[in-house]
Design a binder for this molecule. Structure first.
Ligand SMILES: [Zn+2]
Length: 306
């Protein structure tokens, strides 16, 4: 099987725990990813904790982006940092991980638009506007606040569009979500968000939100977080998947498993579980063509068209 996964926190965890991407004790590493050698693209997020703001947030984000570059230099046979869509093909044909850099939390901007240009220079392809809390751009789904994007947040979204950085609405509160869509014409993603109709968690997307992303030709990644799923089981994940598919999501749904960002049952054995989810769905007679689209093709087509 081929895998194009929209979200993991492995880069951040490696940086803070002084481990490496090649082989580590976390849920994902490049060695174990070789099981997806027919094609593996992986977004690596720089997670921004809500305790970090201003210059400290920006500095830490930059340090982790530099760490990603160092890792790519250390392991050139296993990974390629993606700067252009062609890099994705290049990595895949040479059986390497196509590593895509993203930022999880707009606090990394430290309230300045200039930082965005710098992040674009690192090859950052997507930024979630918030994490769970409130920052200079807006309020996260865990902030307890209903306010939409700040004037700076709206400007930042428009600038992201100009720089080719995707606004990622995962973690954002609902008004912020609609404000993002109102401020940009181009594609928007929700890298790791399940369905609120299946489990009404504030991190999950309502049907109206999901339909808006389908219309916008965006991408929505399913994640494996127990709280968001409602119950951490394959059957429950399938309910979220089926619900999204019932909303015409065949070309929109993908995976953003949130490896190293969420606790998994030990028997799921980290990233190996993705292959088992694929097999389980195949046994339930999901067509192989659809599965390849969900696990790889939807994201591939989307990123190649950017
Ligand atoms: Zn997250």
């Amino acid at each position: 099987m081929r895998l194009f996964d929209l979200h993991c926190d492995t880069l951040y965890e490696c940086y803070t725990r002084k481990q490496n991407l090649l082989k580590n004790t976390l849920q994902l590493d490049l060695m174990r990813g070789m099981r997806y050698r027919d094609g593996w693209a992986q977004a690596f997020a720089v997670w921004m904790p809500d305790t970090l703001r201003g210059k400290a947030a920006y500095e830490q984000c930059k340090a982790i982006l530099r760490f990603a570059e160092e890792q790519a230099e250390l392991y050139p046979e296993q990974m390629l940092l993606v700067k252009t869509p062609q890099d994705i093909d290049c990595a895949i044909t040479s059986k390497r991980c196509a590593a895509i850099l993203t930022i999880e939390g707009g606090s990394a901007l430290a309230g300045s638009l200039e930082t965005l240009e710098e992040f674009a220079g690192f090859g950052v392809k997507a930024i979630t506007i918030t994490w769970n809390g409130e920052n200079e751009l807006g309020c996260g789904s865990g902030s307890g606040k209903a306010a939409g994007l700040t004037p700076f947040g709206k400007k930042a979204v428009r600038r992201m569009g100009e720089l080719g950085i995707l606004p990622d609405v995962s973690h954002l509160n609902e008004q912020g979500f609609w404000d993002v869509l109102d401020n940009i014409d181009g594609p928007v993603i929700a890298s790791h968000s399940l369905s609120a109709a299946v489990n009404p968690h504030p991190r999950n997307l309502t049907d109206e939100q999901f339909r808006a992303l389908v219309q916008r030709k965006g991408i929505v990644g399913l994640n494996l977080c127990g709280d968001h799923l409602g119950k951490q089981s394959f059957e429950q994940l399938e309910r979220h998947l089926d619900h999204y598919l019932s909303l015409d999501g065949e070309r929109t749904v993908a995976f953003g498993c949130d490896l190293d960002g969420t606790d998994l049952p030990p028997e799921w054995e980290g990233m190996a579980v993705i292959e088992r989810i694929y097999d389980a769905l195949q046994r339930k007679n999901y067509e192989e063509r659809l599965l390849d689209r969900l696990f790889f093709g939807n994201c591939y087509d989307f990123f190649m068209a950017l």
